[in-house]
Design a binder for this molecule. Sequence first.
Ligand code: AMP
Ligand code: GLY
Length: 423
Amino acid sequence: MKILVIGGGGREHALVWKLKQSSSVDRIFCAPGNAGTTEIAENIAVSATDLPQLLRFAKQNDVDLTVVGPDDPLAMGIVDLFTADKLRIFGPTKSAARLESSKIFAKELMRAQKVPTAQARVFSESKEALVYCDELKFPVVIKADGLALGKGVIIAPDVATAKSTIEAMMNEARFGDAGRRIVIEEFLRGTECSIHALVDGKDYRLLESARDHKRAFDGDEGPNTGGMGAFSPANNWDAQLQSQFESEIMRPVLRGLAKERIAYRGLLYPGLMIASDGPRVLEFNCRFGDPETQVLLPRMKSDLLPLLEATIDGKIDNYSIEWDKRVAVTVVLASAGYPSKYETGKAISGLNEVAKLEGVQVFHAGTKIVANQVASAGGRVLAVTALGSTTAAARDRAYAAASHLQFEGCHYRRDIALGAATS
Ligand code: AMP
Ligand code: GLY
């Protein structure tokens, strides 16, 4: 089979790495890919959002299956475009992907199905939102309705911040159209957990649990990022929470989608807050998480390809997924300045040494080859994943590997999975 993976980050390197292990796969293309995917697949110089070029490539090269990594092409309707041309593609349609691309759509669906989530109000007029601020207890969370590169969620500690955020989103169009409408919601307390599900239109299979570390610096300080590290399984998840999650969240959400005549096929990853009374939905993602994928796929013993195919074909109920019992920890190495303006083009050393280490896999995120040398090319540069029989062992391995990797300005958190290793 010929596979095309769309995207060029750590998640996509992990997807390519895992699919490469499938006996049915002959060739993998990655668009646009990175210096890591080029070692095991064929990178093609097409951006993940250039839908017409991606379609043309898939047709001209007889691609059997396309797997979409990031959210943008899904929100733009890549799945609708490919299926209209009878091409097989893994991911939800544009309409189904609104669970992620419109926070208002997601909120309204959850409200109709009584899915536990933060209390919220929706605004399309800044004047009303500004007046509402005066009635609130702080902190509150303000969210742009649309996709905003992970930056459209602001936790406002006081009324002044709330008002300036509303101005920036609604009147100054800081996030373009994405912030034209906003959600103001209750600030939830608890710990976060990422749950991934392969949803086949009617049924689903859960992947193992994972936890992400969103803040830039140790001790959960600093600005939000795309994710500075992750581990799996999550230490705040158990069978009881899972059963509550399935009955109060997963099934009602699928019921709500069915009511709207939407068949969701693809990966659905609800980001959860585990509160004292159980899991609540913070957001939906309609794709694999990044960096969660970098800890989930190294633990997945089953072949990923048949699972993706069964998801498309509505047959996921015929499958169970086998997992490595070991813990996986991934540490993200980022560029100087990230998540604000960052520097790129820095030569990376140590990759060959780390490649020899047992139980360690380096997934490239923002990298490219410059003059035969791997160089940084993004905010998140590498994700170093290690497996271990305990969280402490996996952490030690991941950090030992990270210490061999160097580029100018490289920074990473030292406390990924630390809470889980010491609890
Ligand atoms: P989202 O993109 O909606 O997941 O938001 C990004 C991050 O903001 C989440 O991972 C949480 O850390 C935080 N967040 C979002 N909504 C809330 C909320 N209602 N209460 C507390 N934190 C939140
Ligand atoms: N790890 C967060 C995300 O993928 O959205």
